[in-house]
Design a binder for this molecule. Structure first.
Ligand SMILES: *Cc1c(COP(=O)(O)O)cnc(C)c1O
Length: 412
Protein backbone atom coordinates (compact mmCIF):
# COMPACT_ATOMS: atom_id res chain seq x y z
CA UNK A 1 0.00 0.00 0.00
CA UNK A 2 1.29 3.43 -0.85
CA UNK A 3 2.11 5.61 2.12
CA UNK A 4 2.43 8.75 0.03
CA UNK A 5 0.34 11.70 1.13
CA UNK A 6 -1.17 14.14 -1.34
CA UNK A 7 1.37 16.84 -2.07
CA UNK A 8 0.90 20.57 -2.41
CA UNK A 9 1.07 22.46 -5.71
CA UNK A 10 4.68 23.67 -5.51
CA UNK A 11 6.09 20.40 -4.11
CA UNK A 12 4.39 18.51 -6.93
CA UNK A 13 5.79 20.77 -9.65
CA UNK A 14 9.32 20.86 -8.22
CA UNK A 15 9.58 17.06 -8.08
CA UNK A 16 7.42 16.05 -11.03
CA UNK A 17 10.27 15.20 -13.46
CA UNK A 18 12.00 12.90 -10.95
CA UNK A 19 9.15 10.38 -11.15
CA UNK A 20 10.21 9.39 -14.66
CA UNK A 21 13.89 9.09 -13.80
CA UNK A 22 15.93 11.85 -15.43
CA UNK A 23 19.09 10.94 -17.37
CA UNK A 24 22.20 10.85 -15.10
CA UNK A 25 20.13 12.00 -12.13
CA UNK A 26 20.00 15.55 -13.51
CA UNK A 27 17.70 17.72 -11.40
CA UNK A 28 16.27 19.49 -14.44
CA UNK A 29 14.88 17.71 -17.47
CA UNK A 30 17.65 18.12 -20.10
CA UNK A 31 17.18 20.07 -23.31
CA UNK A 32 16.59 17.61 -26.14
CA UNK A 33 17.44 19.45 -29.34
CA UNK A 34 17.38 16.53 -31.76
CA UNK A 35 14.72 16.86 -34.44
CA UNK A 36 14.51 13.13 -35.20
CA UNK A 37 14.82 9.87 -33.30
CA UNK A 38 16.43 6.68 -34.63
CA UNK A 39 15.46 3.09 -33.89
CA UNK A 40 17.60 -0.08 -34.17
CA UNK A 41 14.48 -2.13 -34.71
CA UNK A 42 12.39 -0.76 -37.55
CA UNK A 43 9.35 -2.53 -36.08
CA UNK A 44 9.66 -0.34 -33.00
CA UNK A 45 9.69 2.76 -35.21
CA UNK A 46 6.47 1.52 -36.82
CA UNK A 47 4.93 0.80 -33.40
CA UNK A 48 5.69 4.35 -32.24
CA UNK A 49 4.09 5.72 -35.41
CA UNK A 50 1.03 3.58 -34.83
CA UNK A 51 0.74 4.64 -31.20
CA UNK A 52 1.20 1.13 -29.76
CA UNK A 53 4.64 1.97 -28.28
CA UNK A 54 5.87 5.11 -26.52
CA UNK A 55 8.57 7.16 -28.15
CA UNK A 56 9.42 10.10 -30.37
CA UNK A 57 9.63 10.26 -34.13
CA UNK A 58 9.91 13.82 -35.39
CA UNK A 59 10.24 17.01 -33.36
CA UNK A 60 7.17 18.73 -34.72
CA UNK A 61 4.99 16.40 -32.63
CA UNK A 62 7.00 16.96 -29.48
CA UNK A 63 10.22 15.85 -27.80
CA UNK A 64 11.21 14.69 -24.28
CA UNK A 65 11.69 18.27 -23.00
CA UNK A 66 8.25 19.47 -24.09
CA UNK A 67 6.74 16.14 -22.96
CA UNK A 68 8.11 16.78 -19.46
CA UNK A 69 6.45 20.20 -19.49
CA UNK A 70 3.20 18.64 -20.72
CA UNK A 71 3.29 16.27 -17.74
CA UNK A 72 3.84 19.24 -15.41
CA UNK A 73 0.93 21.18 -16.92
CA UNK A 74 -1.32 18.12 -16.53
CA UNK A 75 -0.33 17.91 -12.86
CA UNK A 76 -0.97 21.63 -12.34
CA UNK A 77 -4.42 21.37 -13.91
CA UNK A 78 -5.32 17.98 -12.42
CA UNK A 79 -5.82 16.80 -16.02
CA UNK A 80 -5.25 13.48 -17.77
CA UNK A 81 -3.09 14.79 -20.63
CA UNK A 82 -1.76 18.00 -22.16
CA UNK A 83 -0.31 19.14 -25.46
CA UNK A 84 2.04 22.14 -25.61
CA UNK A 85 2.28 24.63 -28.46
CA UNK A 86 4.55 27.47 -29.55
CA UNK A 87 2.14 30.13 -28.20
CA UNK A 88 -1.22 30.38 -26.46
CA UNK A 89 -2.82 31.40 -29.76
CA UNK A 90 -1.31 28.35 -31.50
CA UNK A 91 -2.94 26.21 -28.79
CA UNK A 92 -6.38 27.81 -29.19
CA UNK A 93 -6.21 27.84 -32.99
CA UNK A 94 -5.08 24.21 -33.16
CA UNK A 95 -7.83 23.03 -30.81
CA UNK A 96 -10.49 24.81 -32.89
CA UNK A 97 -9.16 23.54 -36.22
CA UNK A 98 -8.78 20.01 -34.90
CA UNK A 99 -12.24 19.78 -33.35
CA UNK A 100 -14.56 21.83 -35.58
CA UNK A 101 -16.03 21.32 -39.03
CA UNK A 102 -17.89 23.58 -41.43
CA UNK A 103 -21.40 24.28 -40.14
CA UNK A 104 -20.46 23.69 -36.50
CA UNK A 105 -21.40 26.32 -33.95
CA UNK A 106 -19.40 27.82 -31.09
CA UNK A 107 -20.78 29.88 -28.21
CA UNK A 108 -18.10 32.18 -26.87
CA UNK A 109 -17.88 34.78 -24.16
CA UNK A 110 -18.01 38.27 -25.61
CA UNK A 111 -15.33 39.35 -23.14
CA UNK A 112 -12.23 37.81 -24.65
CA UNK A 113 -8.56 38.30 -25.30
CA UNK A 114 -8.47 40.43 -28.48
CA UNK A 115 -6.56 37.97 -30.66
CA UNK A 116 -9.02 35.20 -29.75
CA UNK A 117 -11.84 37.47 -30.97
CA UNK A 118 -9.91 37.93 -34.21
CA UNK A 119 -9.30 34.16 -34.50
CA UNK A 120 -13.01 33.45 -34.12
CA UNK A 121 -13.58 35.97 -36.93
CA UNK A 122 -11.27 33.90 -39.14
CA UNK A 123 -13.15 30.71 -38.24
CA UNK A 124 -16.40 32.42 -39.22
CA UNK A 125 -14.93 33.14 -42.65
CA UNK A 126 -14.27 29.39 -42.94
CA UNK A 127 -17.86 28.35 -42.31
CA UNK A 128 -17.89 27.91 -38.53
CA UNK A 129 -20.59 29.90 -36.75
CA UNK A 130 -19.66 31.78 -33.61
CA UNK A 131 -22.12 33.51 -31.27
CA UNK A 132 -20.66 35.95 -28.74
CA UNK A 133 -22.62 36.31 -25.50
CA UNK A 134 -22.27 37.97 -22.11
CA UNK A 135 -21.01 34.85 -20.32
CA UNK A 136 -21.28 36.39 -16.86
CA UNK A 137 -24.84 34.97 -16.90
CA UNK A 138 -25.41 31.35 -17.93
CA UNK A 139 -28.83 32.22 -19.36
CA UNK A 140 -27.17 34.04 -22.25
CA UNK A 141 -25.07 30.97 -23.02
CA UNK A 142 -28.08 28.66 -22.80
CA UNK A 143 -30.16 30.87 -25.11
CA UNK A 144 -27.41 30.75 -27.75
CA UNK A 145 -27.05 26.93 -27.86
CA UNK A 146 -28.25 25.21 -31.03
CA UNK A 147 -28.18 21.55 -32.10
CA UNK A 148 -24.99 22.41 -34.03
CA UNK A 149 -23.19 23.80 -30.95
CA UNK A 150 -20.00 21.77 -30.44
CA UNK A 151 -18.28 23.86 -27.84
CA UNK A 152 -18.54 26.74 -25.40
CA UNK A 153 -15.46 28.94 -24.88
CA UNK A 154 -14.88 31.28 -21.91
CA UNK A 155 -12.02 32.92 -20.02
CA UNK A 156 -11.87 32.83 -16.22
CA UNK A 157 -11.18 36.53 -15.67
CA UNK A 158 -11.54 38.49 -18.88
CA UNK A 159 -8.82 40.83 -19.99
CA UNK A 160 -8.95 43.88 -19.71
CA UNK A 161 -12.25 44.55 -17.88
CA UNK A 162 -11.95 41.57 -15.50
CA UNK A 163 -15.48 40.15 -15.96
CA UNK A 164 -15.69 36.68 -14.41
CA UNK A 165 -17.65 34.11 -16.43
CA UNK A 166 -20.55 32.24 -14.78
CA UNK A 167 -18.11 29.33 -14.60
CA UNK A 168 -19.99 26.87 -12.39
CA UNK A 169 -23.39 27.16 -14.09
CA UNK A 170 -21.90 27.07 -17.60
CA UNK A 171 -20.13 23.85 -16.56
CA UNK A 172 -23.45 22.34 -15.42
CA UNK A 173 -25.11 23.44 -18.67
CA UNK A 174 -22.39 21.95 -20.89
CA UNK A 175 -22.41 18.68 -18.97
CA UNK A 176 -26.19 18.41 -19.36
CA UNK A 177 -26.04 19.11 -23.11
CA UNK A 178 -22.94 17.04 -23.88
CA UNK A 179 -21.12 20.13 -25.22
CA UNK A 180 -17.33 20.53 -24.91
CA UNK A 181 -16.55 23.27 -22.37
CA UNK A 182 -13.24 25.09 -22.98
CA UNK A 183 -11.91 27.41 -20.29
CA UNK A 184 -8.96 29.72 -20.96
CA UNK A 185 -7.26 29.74 -17.54
CA UNK A 186 -4.45 32.15 -18.48
CA UNK A 187 -5.58 35.00 -16.18
CA UNK A 188 -5.96 32.87 -13.08
CA UNK A 189 -3.35 30.18 -13.84
CA UNK A 190 -3.65 26.77 -12.18
CA UNK A 191 -2.11 28.22 -9.02
CA UNK A 192 -5.34 30.14 -8.37
CA UNK A 193 -7.93 27.95 -10.07
CA UNK A 194 -8.36 24.58 -11.76
CA UNK A 195 -11.21 24.78 -14.31
CA UNK A 196 -11.70 21.03 -13.83
CA UNK A 197 -13.46 22.01 -10.59
CA UNK A 198 -16.27 23.64 -12.61
CA UNK A 199 -16.55 20.83 -15.15
CA UNK A 200 -14.27 22.12 -17.93
CA UNK A 201 -13.56 19.57 -20.68
CA UNK A 202 -10.43 21.29 -21.98
CA UNK A 203 -8.26 23.95 -20.34
CA UNK A 204 -6.21 26.48 -22.29
CA UNK A 205 -3.16 28.20 -20.82
CA UNK A 206 -0.92 30.78 -22.41
CA UNK A 207 2.32 29.54 -20.84
CA UNK A 208 3.85 32.86 -21.91
CA UNK A 209 2.06 34.58 -19.06
CA UNK A 210 2.04 33.48 -15.40
CA UNK A 211 3.19 29.86 -15.79
CA UNK A 212 6.45 30.85 -17.53
CA UNK A 213 6.30 34.10 -15.64
CA UNK A 214 9.51 35.79 -16.71
CA UNK A 215 8.63 37.22 -20.10
CA UNK A 216 11.41 35.21 -21.79
CA UNK A 217 9.54 32.44 -23.63
CA UNK A 218 6.30 32.04 -25.57
CA UNK A 219 4.19 28.92 -25.16
CA UNK A 220 0.67 27.55 -24.89
CA UNK A 221 -1.10 24.39 -23.79
CA UNK A 222 -4.33 22.45 -23.98
CA UNK A 223 -5.19 20.08 -21.14
CA UNK A 224 -7.91 17.43 -21.15
CA UNK A 225 -9.46 17.21 -17.69
CA UNK A 226 -10.87 13.74 -18.40
CA UNK A 227 -14.43 14.91 -17.69
CA UNK A 228 -15.79 14.94 -21.25
CA UNK A 229 -17.08 11.74 -22.85
CA UNK A 230 -15.49 11.86 -26.32
CA UNK A 231 -17.78 9.10 -27.60
CA UNK A 232 -20.46 11.85 -27.67
CA UNK A 233 -18.37 14.10 -29.94
CA UNK A 234 -19.30 13.65 -33.61
CA UNK A 235 -16.09 14.98 -35.15
CA UNK A 236 -13.51 12.40 -34.06
CA UNK A 237 -11.79 10.90 -37.11
CA UNK A 238 -11.54 7.10 -37.35
CA UNK A 239 -7.75 6.74 -36.77
CA UNK A 240 -8.03 8.37 -33.33
CA UNK A 241 -10.65 5.92 -32.11
CA UNK A 242 -8.18 3.06 -31.74
CA UNK A 243 -7.16 4.33 -28.28
CA UNK A 244 -9.44 4.40 -25.20
CA UNK A 245 -12.14 7.12 -25.59
CA UNK A 246 -10.52 9.28 -22.89
CA UNK A 247 -7.65 9.86 -25.37
CA UNK A 248 -9.68 10.61 -28.49
CA UNK A 249 -9.90 14.38 -28.16
CA UNK A 250 -6.24 14.89 -27.35
CA UNK A 251 -5.10 12.43 -30.02
CA UNK A 252 -6.96 14.47 -32.58
CA UNK A 253 -5.60 17.76 -31.17
CA UNK A 254 -2.01 16.43 -31.17
CA UNK A 255 -2.26 15.05 -34.72
CA UNK A 256 -4.64 17.39 -36.54
CA UNK A 257 -3.81 20.43 -34.42
CA UNK A 258 -0.11 20.23 -33.53
CA UNK A 259 1.36 17.89 -36.16
CA UNK A 260 -0.52 19.27 -39.17
CA UNK A 261 -0.44 22.99 -38.31
CA UNK A 262 3.04 22.85 -36.83
CA UNK A 263 2.80 25.31 -33.94
CA UNK A 264 5.43 23.35 -32.02
CA UNK A 265 6.94 24.53 -28.75
CA UNK A 266 10.74 24.66 -29.03
CA UNK A 267 12.68 22.64 -26.43
CA UNK A 268 14.57 25.71 -25.19
CA UNK A 269 11.30 27.53 -24.54
CA UNK A 270 9.80 24.44 -22.87
CA UNK A 271 12.82 24.47 -20.56
CA UNK A 272 12.44 28.19 -19.70
CA UNK A 273 8.75 27.69 -19.00
CA UNK A 274 9.35 24.59 -16.86
CA UNK A 275 11.87 26.50 -14.73
CA UNK A 276 9.47 29.44 -14.43
CA UNK A 277 6.61 27.18 -13.36
CA UNK A 278 8.52 26.14 -10.23
CA UNK A 279 7.77 29.51 -8.63
CA UNK A 280 4.27 29.99 -10.06
CA UNK A 281 2.39 29.72 -6.77
CA UNK A 282 4.84 32.02 -4.96
CA UNK A 283 4.68 34.66 -7.69
CA UNK A 284 0.88 34.49 -7.87
CA UNK A 285 0.51 35.03 -4.12
CA UNK A 286 2.68 38.15 -4.27
CA UNK A 287 1.05 39.36 -7.50
CA UNK A 288 -2.46 39.03 -6.04
CA UNK A 289 -1.64 40.87 -2.82
CA UNK A 290 0.07 43.69 -4.76
CA UNK A 291 -2.90 43.91 -7.16
CA UNK A 292 -5.40 44.08 -4.30
CA UNK A 293 -3.47 46.93 -2.66
CA UNK A 294 -3.04 48.92 -5.89
CA UNK A 295 -6.72 48.42 -6.79
CA UNK A 296 -7.81 49.72 -3.38
CA UNK A 297 -5.53 52.77 -3.66
CA UNK A 298 -6.74 53.62 -7.16
CA UNK A 299 -10.39 53.12 -6.15
CA UNK A 300 -9.96 55.64 -3.31
CA UNK A 301 -8.25 58.23 -5.54
CA UNK A 302 -10.27 61.26 -6.71
CA UNK A 303 -8.54 61.31 -10.11
CA UNK A 304 -9.71 57.78 -10.92
CA UNK A 305 -13.26 57.29 -12.23
CA UNK A 306 -13.58 53.54 -12.06
CA UNK A 307 -11.45 50.52 -11.13
CA UNK A 308 -12.12 46.97 -12.31
CA UNK A 309 -10.64 44.22 -10.14
CA UNK A 310 -12.48 41.13 -8.90
CA UNK A 311 -10.93 41.57 -5.44
CA UNK A 312 -12.87 44.81 -4.88
CA UNK A 313 -16.26 44.46 -3.17
CA UNK A 314 -17.69 46.79 -5.86
CA UNK A 315 -16.91 44.26 -8.63
CA UNK A 316 -20.09 42.57 -9.97
CA UNK A 317 -18.60 39.07 -9.65
CA UNK A 318 -16.65 39.71 -6.43
CA UNK A 319 -18.47 36.99 -4.50
CA UNK A 320 -18.00 34.37 -7.24
CA UNK A 321 -14.33 35.24 -7.73
CA UNK A 322 -13.45 35.04 -4.05
CA UNK A 323 -15.34 31.75 -3.73
CA UNK A 324 -13.74 30.07 -6.77
CA UNK A 325 -10.23 31.52 -6.94
CA UNK A 326 -7.39 31.38 -4.41
CA UNK A 327 -6.65 35.01 -5.34
CA UNK A 328 -8.15 37.53 -7.75
CA UNK A 329 -5.20 37.66 -10.14
CA UNK A 330 -2.79 40.31 -11.35
CA UNK A 331 -4.87 42.13 -13.95
CA UNK A 332 -6.75 45.29 -13.11
CA UNK A 333 -7.95 48.11 -15.27
CA UNK A 334 -9.11 51.62 -14.54
CA UNK A 335 -10.51 54.77 -16.12
CA UNK A 336 -8.96 58.12 -15.36
CA UNK A 337 -11.17 61.07 -14.41
CA UNK A 338 -12.15 63.39 -17.25
CA UNK A 339 -9.44 65.75 -18.38
CA UNK A 340 -6.47 63.51 -17.53
CA UNK A 341 -4.65 62.32 -20.62
CA UNK A 342 -3.87 58.61 -20.36
CA UNK A 343 -0.62 58.98 -22.30
CA UNK A 344 0.63 61.76 -20.00
CA UNK A 345 -0.26 59.63 -17.00
CA UNK A 346 1.59 56.57 -18.34
CA UNK A 347 4.64 58.69 -19.17
CA UNK A 348 4.79 59.92 -15.55
CA UNK A 349 5.10 56.37 -14.18
CA UNK A 350 8.71 55.67 -13.15
CA UNK A 351 8.62 51.97 -12.22
CA UNK A 352 5.64 50.68 -14.20
CA UNK A 353 6.58 50.01 -17.83
CA UNK A 354 4.34 50.83 -20.83
CA UNK A 355 4.15 47.42 -22.46
CA UNK A 356 1.62 45.06 -24.01
CA UNK A 357 2.59 41.86 -22.22
CA UNK A 358 1.06 40.57 -19.01
CA UNK A 359 2.10 38.06 -16.40
CA UNK A 360 5.69 39.35 -16.27
CA UNK A 361 7.42 39.83 -12.91
CA UNK A 362 7.50 43.54 -13.73
CA UNK A 363 4.38 45.69 -13.56
CA UNK A 364 3.24 46.67 -17.06
CA UNK A 365 0.54 49.12 -18.19
CA UNK A 366 -1.10 49.83 -21.52
CA UNK A 367 -3.74 52.25 -22.89
CA UNK A 368 -6.21 49.62 -24.12
CA UNK A 369 -8.31 51.44 -26.73
CA UNK A 370 -5.24 52.84 -28.50
CA UNK A 371 -3.29 49.58 -28.70
CA UNK A 372 -4.52 46.02 -28.09
CA UNK A 373 -8.18 46.83 -28.84
CA UNK A 374 -7.47 49.41 -31.56
CA UNK A 375 -8.00 47.15 -34.57
CA UNK A 376 -11.58 46.18 -33.66
CA UNK A 377 -12.87 49.75 -33.80
CA UNK A 378 -14.82 52.05 -31.45
CA UNK A 379 -18.18 50.32 -31.82
CA UNK A 380 -16.91 46.88 -30.83
CA UNK A 381 -14.95 48.44 -27.94
CA UNK A 382 -18.13 50.02 -26.66
CA UNK A 383 -19.94 46.66 -26.77
CA UNK A 384 -17.10 45.17 -24.72
CA UNK A 385 -17.30 47.98 -22.14
CA UNK A 386 -13.91 49.44 -23.01
CA UNK A 387 -13.72 53.18 -22.43
CA UNK A 388 -11.30 55.21 -24.53
CA UNK A 389 -9.33 56.16 -21.37
CA UNK A 390 -9.11 52.60 -20.00
CA UNK A 391 -5.66 51.59 -18.75
CA UNK A 392 -4.86 47.94 -18.16
CA UNK A 393 -2.27 47.08 -15.57
CA UNK A 394 -0.52 43.74 -15.22
CA UNK A 395 0.74 43.77 -11.68
CA UNK A 396 4.19 42.30 -11.01
CA UNK A 397 6.08 41.21 -7.91
CA UNK A 398 7.77 44.51 -7.04
CA UNK A 399 7.63 45.70 -3.44
CA UNK A 400 4.13 46.88 -2.65
CA UNK A 401 5.09 50.32 -1.33
CA UNK A 402 7.07 51.08 -4.50
CA UNK A 403 4.12 50.23 -6.73
CA UNK A 404 1.57 52.16 -4.70
CA UNK A 405 4.01 55.09 -4.55
CA UNK A 406 4.52 55.08 -8.32
CA UNK A 407 0.80 55.14 -9.15
CA UNK A 408 0.17 57.82 -6.53
CA UNK A 409 2.96 60.13 -7.78
CA UNK A 410 1.85 59.69 -11.42
CA UNK A 411 -1.70 60.74 -10.50
CA UNK A 412 -0.08 63.85 -8.98
C1 LIG B 1 -1.95 36.13 -23.98
C2 LIG B 1 -3.21 35.38 -23.98
C3 LIG B 1 -3.48 34.42 -24.95
C4 LIG B 1 -2.51 34.12 -26.07
O1 LIG B 1 -1.29 33.66 -25.62
P1 LIG B 1 0.07 33.90 -26.45
O2 LIG B 1 1.04 33.02 -25.72
O3 LIG B 1 0.40 35.36 -26.37
O4 LIG B 1 -0.20 33.46 -27.84
C5 LIG B 1 -4.66 33.73 -24.89
N1 LIG B 1 -5.57 33.98 -23.93
C6 LIG B 1 -5.34 34.91 -22.98
C7 LIG B 1 -6.39 35.14 -21.94
C8 LIG B 1 -4.17 35.64 -22.98
O5 LIG B 1 -3.96 36.58 -22.05
Amino acid sequence: MSTSRPRGFTTTILHSDAGDGIEHGALHKPLHLSVAYGYRDARELAAVFQGTAKGYVYGRQGNPTSAALEAKVSKMEGGVSSVCFSTGMAAIGAAMLALLREGDHVVSSRFLFGNTVSLFGTLQAHGIKVTFVDATDVRNVEAALTPATRLVFVETIANPRTQVADLVRIGDLCRGRGVVYIVDNTMTSPALFQPKAVGASLVVNSLTKYIGGHGNALGGSITDTGLYDWTKFPNIAAPYKSQPPAMWGMQQIRKKGLRDWGGTLAATDAHHIAVGSETLALRMARTCSNAQRVAECLAAHPKVRAVFYPGLASHPQHELATRLFRGCGGILSFELADGIDCFDFLNRLEIVVSSSNLGDNRTLAIPVAHTIFWEMGAERRKEMGIAESLIRVSIGIEDEADLVGDFTQALG
